[in-house]
Design a protein around this ligand. Sequence first.
Ligand SMILES: [Zn+2]
Length: 741
Amino acid sequence: MATAALAQVQSVLDHYSSLADAFIALEAVLLVVFNVERINLFQRRKYQQDLISPFTTKPFFQRTTLPISPQSIVGYVALSQQALIIPDPFDTQALHAIHPSLQLTGQLNEKFDGQSPHTTSNILCIPIMHAGVLLGVVQLVNKANAFGDDDLTLGTNIAQMLAQRFTYELGGTQRPLDTLVHRKCITNDALDALLMEPGLNDNPKLLLQKLISEHRIEPNLIGQSLSIHYQVPYISYDPERYHVYANANRLNESYLKHHLIAIIANNNDKPIILMAQPNNASIILEIERALNIASYDIAVGLATDILQFLGESDSHSCPAEMDEILDEISMSADDLDDPIEELSDEAPAVVRLVSRILHDATRLTASDIHIDPQKSAPTRVRMRVDGICRDLNQIPASHHNAVIARIKIMANVNIAEKRIPQDGKLTFKHSDQLIEVRVATLPTIAGEGLVMRILASSGAMPIDQLNLSTENMLMLQGMARKPHGIMLVVGPTGSGKTTTLHAILGHLNTPDKKIWTIEDPVEITQPGLQQVQVNPKIGFTFANALRAFLRADPDIILIGEMRDKETAHAAVNASLTGHLVLSTLHTNSAPETITRLLDLGLDSINFSDACVGILAQRLIRSLCPKCKAPYQATPEERAFIHRQYGADMIAELNLKTDITLYKAVGCQQCDDIGYIGRTGVHELLTMTPTLRSLIYHSANVSELTKQAMCDGMRTLLQDGIKKMLYGITDIKQIQILGGVK
Ligand SMILES: [Zn+2]
């Protein structure tokens, strides 16, 4: 009887190519074979944690969806992946014995396709499984006499035949990674070989690493393949959209790590069981019991992403590493005779390459990124980190234009214009933070180059982190307390002037003070400040803004830079009319700043009355505190210190006969460079009556320097030597600072 039935089913299945067509014929056979009143065939819905019944016995045809959960018989069978005979659906106790949530109300929710549940007397429910993945559920309703074990066996066999015949239609693949073969990311033989490797098949993490590093497959593609196989959505590590579910700590962490499961929640706090192998029904039921959650989603995740949700850091979930992207590009570049045109900037590898460059720059705390074209050679990508340019990567020349075009699109500048320099701005997200990047294009004879400056979008640095010497700190705070006057921070580009100015402003920023800033661009924002950005294109310059500010009656004004005579005049006038003005200038030393401003045509009396102080500064590399090594200064180094600090001042250093200095070594912490970050060195000039009279009488730089030092100023080099003696930096950095080798 059973064999005949199976043969009959097989011939129906062979005859039809689609499940919808087959079902009508199949239904007629099954109604007779099982002697039942109705048959419902539920299909697992892609990417939703539910079942839909597209095929059901007439005249009850009506679409029904059911969640995969223990609240209905079909839902429970789908969840547990176990066939079930329910002799009496109204026997609440019997239902509770199967699962506490399984109850009559849940049964009523099943609606039985519009029919009253009271006409239901018994049920046989069988999961349709393929390769360990649930594809659907067959439900047989109302057998004249009770369902028996024969029915169960026959039903299970038929479900298997259905699964095999209609795997594709029901939405399954044979193996989790088969979609990668279909998409030609890997050959079938290579995948077979990989899965045959000892220890790989049951180690999702190792398998994933091999696929990414050896077969160059993008993690997202692997996730999509798993998603197609397991019929659940794929979720990658995205802390902005998903967080760890609050009750997840009810589960043992090692249990979660062992089974590669993370319990996460979306922004609506709906729990999601994220699994590397989401076909493990018994584990899902265990978790459901432990967390006592009735409603949840199931999703598939990559092992590394799941571990990241569990708190393990792993770089594999980041965009693919630079080398991998570059390998991918150079592989595709080999087959190309013509350079890739701009329009193909959306080629995923190029998009990822640009995103990787930006993320690397942020991770390395680079200030600038240079993309330099070379004549018939690969494009160089360099980054300035702690003031030093590092050669990071090369882009194949064939992809140069595509990379430039991608950045130009992001920066919203004209991608067709390649003959004149253009400026633009782009923003990108790096671990929860929006990073702003100024982009400048530069046409060169080798092609279009590009410089990106990463703007520190953070708030102000506390003033005590500027690493000013105690004397300088006290003097600077004294100057900042003045109700009016002008205070300047000077140095070349990249010497940290803006950081210092904002640290001073942060120190002054109290609710009783009204502070306006005019900057180009606004790099650091602080609450409580009125910050304005210049826009020369529409005639909104430093000088114009300053005039507008004065009408707004501020106490303190920051002018980003005294670029020209007009701005310098306006700034001095503002400081003479009762405002404290802070600004910067591109000069090398504090005394030189005075002569520069007078050369610009500023009135020497006005300026010397207005000026309260000038801080010159530089940034020099600081030694890695983890690995720096002490040593005794050589006689040459001792002579250098004496000469540079000055014979008449060296006594204040209280040097012993043995001078301990530190040198760079290199360790894991500092990337084997021996240095981490930079420290400021400072030269602070305070205005005094003697210095003022020298300014009135147009004294030269060396006379001004001499007087300023008498008044307590120490030069950049002297300040640097002190910092070297403290072990903050080494003698090499001081020699660079002093311009001596
Ligand atoms: Zn180190």
